[in-house]
Design a protein around this ligand. Structure first.
Ligand code: DMJ
Length: 934
């Protein structure tokens, strides 16, 4: 390991400050110490088993990478269901997600250093040659500056770092002459125009050919960017500067970081999710450690590690204190408002925050890392994967899972820190789940819905850049890797940058070191690096003892039990006179209380009830405050109830050769026919109905009898189609959208509505597929003739007998074998129509004569749902354990408040104006956050 004097840090021999190399290698440093003390707890895993799992990871990587190279390259990404490349512009736009695709063979570049970590040196050499030969960085395409930096610039630099390492070893890459670095520099210069703002914060997007703001650029009009987008550049940009001697990159990245630091909310020391790049105003004032902010914090700590600049550590520590004070509610990490950090901004968490325990390990704060990781693991055990977002009571909020690597990353770092074999078992589960639920014949497919097990036709490049690296390293011994991983730091995309950069071309850091940060007091180092006594207590069951109380936190959690604690802390624990869940519109006493709180009840013509609050009409400021809280509770309750009343999506699983249950398509349910959630799944071969629209008596009953009929959408009602195929003897029906190119990736799923008449006569199950998913079945019929599917509420485990029957038809196939929204008016709560488009529950669509009428989609009518607020019931089941947890957290919260001078605002009676201002601010924040994209 190289030594250098440029950085700061700590280690075991020098308690407070020591050579930076130990800091940089915190994880590995922990491994050495930890494995030597581990004697009890989870059963140790034998070297043999670890090797077996490592080999499994290698085989899985080959399956993903091999299929990308064979079927997608030079496209940016593989579409693993349709087994082809994703070329931007040739597929329906998925919005911001597509901004990662720059027609630069993204997956190949993102995979470069993974190949070396996985010991595939020969393949690495080939891959580098392909990048140099084929990749064009000058395409007329608008890309995300953030994604291009972390994936492409980071990928090229990681590739370069390992190429020069291999060259020095003398066997491979002897021909290499810094060509990847030259490409990285070319790309770096292409990104620089994005920084042409007065603030120094980069524009979020840039045209690779035309930059920003030129008419041809088609970008440059954006005013906002996310904090992570502007604050996740320093590692790649500084590495580029230090590798090349061109200081401009590091200077720009530092300037952006300096600006974000200046703009932090000064009383909470938190940052918001999005910021105006021109004015520096916070656009979204909610603050967490997940989507939109995550890697800003990561890069502050890692910039200190890589560059040895104290200012980054001081900033990180300041933010970390704030995170632990306000956002961390172990085991949860919950977003708050930057101005009112004791007020939760959300009732759910996003999957991106799963990286945070890993960062806490790097910081040396192991206990909360273990707690959060354990909570996340339990969510995974429940749903097989971490859903994109899940509520504080661990229900699915957004059901997708694009094979994100953050949880594997944290698992790796926790294993390194604790040496606890438990984390190897966690890794094993991740491998099993990936093979069981995400593996498809042509790669690994993202989960469209973790509840149904359905797939999305996407395999993001970060899956290859990160997931396989962390999983492989988890099971690897030092001698399994051809270089010393401790000499490198992982970027946020898990690209490897050498630590020796800290002493190379350091002119920028010297030039820009402000006097404010020249001296750090010892408190900066208190928790920065592992203090062996705390990290590795003499008790080898340390990690287990932290996990144990959390073992049942997911299974035994009460809906909204936890979040309520914070809500109640809103007014120093005072009980509101009326809880939303208790409210009865026919109770005169309740109506009286509403009046006092300034809340009026409006009966709408259509039978719905609307609550409106005018704080000014409340009897006092305290009553107004109670009214605000009542409204907030009612919004949550109503939105929750609406979700619960809607049917979740269903799954169509192709079970015949060569799919064998591996491909699962997301399907919309019907409000009539057999309810697949209550009955056993329906299995059968598919057959197209004639006429294909199914709008009249079928002319081919012999073809569909005993089968699942395929019917095209349009021309008549869904129920009519169902009756016609049922009469022909079909055992089920799949309606396929007639809008060519439609897909559940890009269009919201809905439930097929009845025809307004009694539909009890329809007994067969009916499901809806968008055109793209439908054509996967139609293509399969063309190719294999006999196609058998399973209609169910949730994908079923693959049939092992079927698997055994599989005849590998290609090399790849043989590889396969092994394996609250608030309504627009700020103080009105309409008790229905509160579903966010992002929600995974479904609106209904009546079938219309033509699919052009799709836009006429009607949401389930208010009167059918909760026209009467009396029907709103809190689903909380306050059994003993939940109450205990509540009490525990309540105590915690109270202690926190008592000892925290910043929360005194909550105990004061606020003037009405300020309550109104706060309320409006909250509404704004809630509205923004519901629109948030992950
Ligand atoms: C990766 O591209 C990076 O880890 C990034 O920081 C955020 N998350 C994705 C993968 O989930």
């Amino acid at each position: 390991m190289s030594e250098a004097g440029g950085g700061r840090g700590c280690g075991s021999s020098v308690p407070q400050r020591a050579p930076w190399s130990l800091v940089a290698a915190t994880a590995a440093f922990c491994l050495v110490s930890a494995t030597s003390v581990w004697t009890a707890g989870a059963a140790p895993m034998s070297r043999e088993e670890r090797q077996k799992l490592g080999n499994q990871v290698l085989e899985m990587f080959d399956h993903a990478y091999g299929n990308y190279m064979e079927h997608a390259y030079p496209a940016d990404e593989l579409m693993p269901l349709t087994c082809r490349g994703r070329v931007r512009g040739q597929e329906p736009s998925r919005g911001d997600v597509d901004d990662a695709l720059g027609k630069f063979s993204l997956t190949l570049i993102d995979s470069l250093d993974t190949l070396v970590v996985l010991n595939k040196t020969k393949e690495f050499e080939d891959a580098v040659r392909k990048v140099l030969r084929d990749v064009n960085l000058d395409n007329d395409v608008v890309v995300s500056v953030f994604e291009t930096n972390i994936r492409v610039l980071g990928g090229l630099l990681g590739g370069h770092s390992l190429a020069i390492m291999l060259k020095e070893k003398g066997e491979y890459m002897q021909w290499y002459n810094d060509e990847l670095l030259q490409m990285a520099k070319q790309l770096g210069y292409k990104l620089l125009p994005a920084f042409n703002t007065t603030s120094g914060l980069p524009y979020p997007r840039i045209n690779l050919k035309f930059g920003v703001r030129k008419p041809e650029a088609r970008t440059g009009t954006e005013t906002d960017t996310c904090t992570a987008c502007a604050g996740t550049l320093i590692l790649e940009f500084a590495a580029l500067s230090r590798f090349t001697g061109a200081t401009v990159f590091e200077e720009y990245a530092r300037k952006a970081l300096d600006f974000l630091w200046e703009k932090r909310q000064r009383s909470s020391n938190l940052v918001g999710v999005t910021i105006n790049i021109h004015t520096g105003d916070w656009v979204r004032k909610d603050s967490g450690v997940g989507a939109g902010i995550d890697s800003y914090y990561e890069y502050l700590l890692k910039a200190y590690v890589l560059l040895g600049d104290d200012s980054f550590l001081e900033r990180f520590n300041t933010h970390y204190d704030a995170i632990m004070r306000y956002i961390s509610q172990p085991p949860l990490l919950l977003d708050v408002h930057i101005h009112k950090p004791m007020l939760n901004a959300r009732t759910w968490m996003d999957a991106l925050l799963a990286f945070f325990p890993g960062l806490q390990v790097l910081k040396g704060d192991i206990r909360p890392a273990i707690e959060t990781h354990e909570m996340l693991y339990q969510v995974i055990k429940k749903h097989n994967f971490l859903p994109e977002a899940f509520t504080t009571d661990f229900r699915v909020h957004w059901a997708q899972h694009p094979l994100r690597p953050e949880f594997a990353e944290s698992t790796y770092f926790l294993y390194k820190a604790t040496g606890d074999p438990y984390y190897l078992e966690v890794g094993k589960t991740l491998i099993e789940n990936l093979n069981k639920y995400a593996r498809v014949p042509c790669g690994f497919a993202a989960m469209k819905d973790v509840r149904t097990g359905s797939h999305e036709d996407r395999m993001d490049s970060f899956f290859l850049a990160e997931m396989f690296k962390y999983l492989y390293l988890l099971f690897a011994d030092k001698e399994d890797i051809i270089f010393d991983i401790e000499d490198y730091i992982f970027t946020t995309e898990a690209h490897l940058l050498p630590l020796w950069l800290s002493t190379t071309n350091q002119s920028i850091s010297k030039k820009n070191t402000t006097s404010e940060y020249t001296e750090l007091d010892d408190s900066n180092f208190d928790w920065t690096c592992p203090n062996t006594q705390i990290l590795f207590p003499n008790d080898p069951l340390y990690a287990q003892s932290i996990r144990e109380p959390l073992k049942n936190v997911v299974d035994k959690s009460c809906p909204r039990g936890i979040i309520r604690v914070r809500e109640e802390s809103f007014r120093s624990g005072a009980k509101p006179p009326l809880r939303a869940r208790d409210f009865m519109a026919t109770n005169p006493e309740h109506l009286e209380i509403l009046k006092k709180m300034g809340v009026s009840l409006i009966h709408l013509k259509d039978g719905r009830v609307q609550l409106v609050q005018h704080a000014i009409q409340a009897a006092s400021s305290i009553d107004a405050e109670d009214g605000l809280r009542f409204m907030q509770e009612m919004i949550e309750l109503s939105s929750q109830q609406q979700k619960e009343q809607q049917l979740p999506p269903r799954a169509v699983q192709i079970v015949s050769h060569p799919f064998f249950g591996r491909v699962v398509l997301t399907a919309g349910p019907a409000q009539f026919g057999l309810d697949l959630s209550k009955h056993k799944e329906t299995r059968g071969f598919v057959a197209s109905s004639k006429p294909y629209n199914g709008c009249s008596e079928l002319t081919n009953p012999e073809a569909v009898v005993g089968k699942i009929a395929l019917i095209q959408r349009g021309q008549c009602m869904f129920a009519e189609k169902a009756r016609n195929v049922q009469n022909a003897g079909a055992i089920g029906g799949i309606v396929i959208d007639d809008n060519e190119g439609s897909s559940s990736d890009t269009a919201p799923l809905f439930q097929m509505a009845g025809d307004g008449k009694d539909t009890d006569d329809i007994k067969i199950p009916m499901l809806f597929l968008f055109s793209k998913e439908g054509s996967i079945i139609l293509d399969a019929i063309r190719e294999y003739e006999e196609v058998e599917v399973l209609l169910s509420d949730k994908a079923k485990d693959r049939d092992p007998e079927m698997e055994n029957e599989e005849q590998p038809s290609s090399e790849n196939d043989s590889q396969n074998q092994s394996a609250e929204q608030i309504t627009s008016s700020s103080q009105e709560v309409d008790l229905v129509d509160q579903e966010s488009p992002e929600e995974s529950s479904l609106n209904s669509q009546p079938e219309s004569p033509s699919s052009a009428d799709m836009d006429n989609a009607a949401s389930v009518s208010a009167s059918e749902q909760n026209s009467n607020p009396m029907e709103i019931h809190e689903t909380t089941s306050l059994d003993g354990e939940c109450t205990d947890l509540d009490n525990q957290l309540q105590e915690q919260s109270e202690t926190e408040e008592d000892s925290n001078p910043n929360v005194s605002w909550g105990k004061k009676v606020q003037p009405i104006d300020s309550i109104l201002a706060d309320w409006n601010e909250d509404i704004e924040a809630f509205e923004m956050m519901e629109k948030d994209e992950l």
